[in-house]
Design a protein around this ligand. Structure first.
Ligand code: AMP
Length: 330
């Protein structure tokens, strides 16, 4: 069944291979199978007070990276959150239905309070309400969410239900998590443990150049090679192979597996191959990132077109919402 799917993108950090293989590639596939809305959540980023000089640049960079990687503005609706004023109005209305206690109990709020204790603004507290407004304004049925966002999606359902019950109309469907099932890959970092992340210092970014990729991969933790044939692989080597599997050909993977199993592997060669294949895979994306970032007319056209489509959908919802709440024009 064709679903309406919506996903927000945080305008922070550069995209790394984890984002690409773990999420973005699924979005790229999904956009041809469902009706998809993707938006850059720039208003959300104000909860951490980015500098005005960085604000627009962050949106530009992230948008260029997603477009370069393959989000297709011809098929999906791609827009910037602040271009849709209807979201802010729905946010105000939903805030009247959200309770202080339930907002204070969300795990992400508690974490933010710990992380930025001198900036516990109301926007942080009501972050799940803005997220609910982002989602509900398009009345989607599915939202692809990471583990950290599951609680927010539950909050979205609670608010949708509360609204529908209070006003006695089924305006909002209750969206559920989009399940990628076995397509969900976990990309490890280069530090021998854990997953690749933007702040862990263990990532390779789509925008990294050849030299940087090479340097990062050659520094990856490997340890000494196996001494017994067919011995169990330490986690750090498994991680290298996981990366190799996503960027290299099956023949290449098999070649190095055989070498591991007969103890003739040289980790320097393995890493050199990995670096080369990451470079080959990311080069066209990096070139497109550079071209798109520099093309203001293109970005203007895409975001204008996206905003028009998104506003059409948002205005239809807001009309129903205003009617239900009792807001009327004289
Ligand atoms: P982040 O910007 O770190 O919040 O990541 C955005 C999304 O990218 C997450 O919700 C995940 O779906 C995906 N992602 C991030 N890091 C990885 C990783 N190392 N492996 C797989 N998926 C990842």
């Amino acid at each position: 069944m064709k679903e309406t799917v919506l996903s927000g993108i945080r305008p922070t950090g550069n995209l790394h291979l984890g984002n690409y293989f773990g999420a973005l590639r699924n979005f790229i596939k999904m956009q041809y199978e469902h009706q998809c809305f993707f938006f850059i959540a720039d208003l959300h980023s104000l909860t951490t007070h980015p500098k005005p000089d960085d604000f627009h640049g962050n949106v530009r960079r992230v948008l260029a990276e997603y477009l370069a990687a393959g989000l297709d503005p011809e098929v999906a609706t791609i827009f910037v959150q602040s271009d849709i004023p209807e979201v802010s109005e729905l946010y105000v209305l939903l805030n009247m239905l959200a309770y202080k206690g339930e907002l204070e109990r969300t795990a992400s709020f508690k974490e933010k309070v710990r992380k930025q204790e001198d900036n516990v603004n109301a926007g942080l507290l009501t972050y799940p309400v803005l997220m609910a407004a982002d989602i509900l304004i398009h009345r989607p049925t599915k939202v692809p969410v990471g583990k950290d966002q599951e609680q927010h999606l539950e909050m979205t359902r609670v608010l949708a239900r509360r609204f529908n019950n209070l006003y006695g109309q089924e305006i909002f469907p209750e969206p559920t998590a989009f399940n990628f099932g076995s397509d969900l890959l976990k990309i490890p970092g280069l530090d021998g443990s854990g997953k690749m992340g933007k702040s862990e210092g263990n990532g390779i970014f789509l925008a990294d150049d050849e030299k940087t990729i090479h340097k990062k991969v050659m520094r990856a933790v490997t340890g000494s090679g196996p001494t017994e044939p067919n011995s169990a692989m330490p986690e750090s080597i498994q991680n290298i192979f996981t990366l190799l599997r996503v960027v290299s050909t099956p023949d290449t993977v098999q070649y190095f597996l055989d070498k591991y199993n007969d103890c003739s592997i040289r980790y320097g060669d393995l890493k050199k191959q990995l670096a080369e294949d990451i470079y080959k895979l990311t080069l066209p994306i990096r070139e497109r990132i550079e071209a798109i970032s520099a093309d203001n007319d293109y970005l203007h056209r895409i975001t204008k077109h996206g905003a028009e489509k998104a506003r059409e959908s948002a205005q239809a919802t807001l009309k129903l919402v205003r009617g239900a709440v009792g807001i009327k024009r004289f």
